[in-house]
Design a protein around this ligand. Sequence first.
Ligand code: LLP
Length: 409
Amino acid sequence: MELKIGGVSVGELAEKFGTPIFVYDEKQITKNIDDLKKSITYPKFKIKYACKANTNLAVLKLVKEAGLGIDAVSTGEVFLAQKAGFKNEDILFTGDNSTEEEFQYCKDNQIALNIGSLFQLELFGKKYPGSVVMIRLNPDVGAGHHDHCITGGPESKFGIYIHKADEAKKIASQYNLKIKGIHSHIGSGILDPEVFMEAMNIILDEAKFFENLDVIDIGGGLGVPYHEGQKPLDLKLLGDKITKRMEEFNRSYGKEVTLYMEPGRYIVANAGYLLAQVVNKKSTPLYHFVGVNSGFNHLIRPMAYGSHHRIVNGSKIDSDVWEEVMVAGNLCESGDVFTKIDEKNAPYKIQNPEYGDILVIKEAGAYGFSMSSNYNSRLRPAEVMACEGKASLIRKAETFEDLLRGQII
Ligand code: LLP
């Protein structure tokens, strides 16, 4: 029996679009959004999808139809959000080490900005006195699934350190800037509600000393399970705690402020699958390797963070013949291995992988295609959206011509 994604079998997907491909389950994306909306019942709540997770226009359009806004970290992301039809007023720019050109792009397009350093706040204030801005604070705590993904605390490059918040106020008054919002994002892949609450409490304790706030933005970072049996984030519990804390804040602040959240991974991770075909098998004294026609140029998470992604044999999900194998990609690097447990190479049990079978790498919807590259001059794959038994191409696979783009011939 074959695995189906959005009601379409992997065999049919591979036949129609070739492999490797990213396939997204449309219904899963909308379900994730609905779950989030239902869990966080705070009335003035806005979700700004952190589109760095996946910027395919079809995904962005789905997110837009569901009524979400966008958190963009580059003007390229702002541009794509605009192309997907988002109104400028629904886009927030949370750049880091931004250039004057990026500030200018946002000003020209009337995009709200989050500024994450005193230096940049001053740079911005000098150029655009009298503007409205938001500032990003580093609450002195951080968390995340890997060191590279922790964005709070003293080791992090992000945000204005919380005990320097007063200096931000001084710069703001010097240049007549109105600070309308306080933002913080402590890291990515967090599964414990208490961790969010700790950071939120610190931020709100500081926010009360700012006058004229309209927005509190608690960032993204909502984790999803990648391991079999891993406990998901208790979104309902988190939602209740957030709502209660916001209501408390409003009472003491004397105003109902809007709450922003910027999830990326939560919206798309479990809706995406990377399909790769078995092209080789070999053994060393240590491992049985199964080679596939994809690599870390398509999904870098195992290589970059030692991230675990479940892999199933989509061509035979009901087989009861199992083999312990390492799944390796087609790049010329030893690190090009998809099978990781606790950040180390480790074989997975997979149903009898044979030549031509389609291996399905799960939870590949976030930071999959968006982090892909042409390393080894290999081509980026197509992307496909599947829904109720129908699959549509949402990005063509690259061709050799794409490797020449921008080259002076
Ligand atoms: N807001 C800001 C300001 C961020 O920097 C990020 C992620 C998010 C929101 C969304 O975080 P999420 O909800 O997706 O956790 N490439 C890594 C993740 C890097 C996240 C960077 N910032 C990975 O594949 O795990």
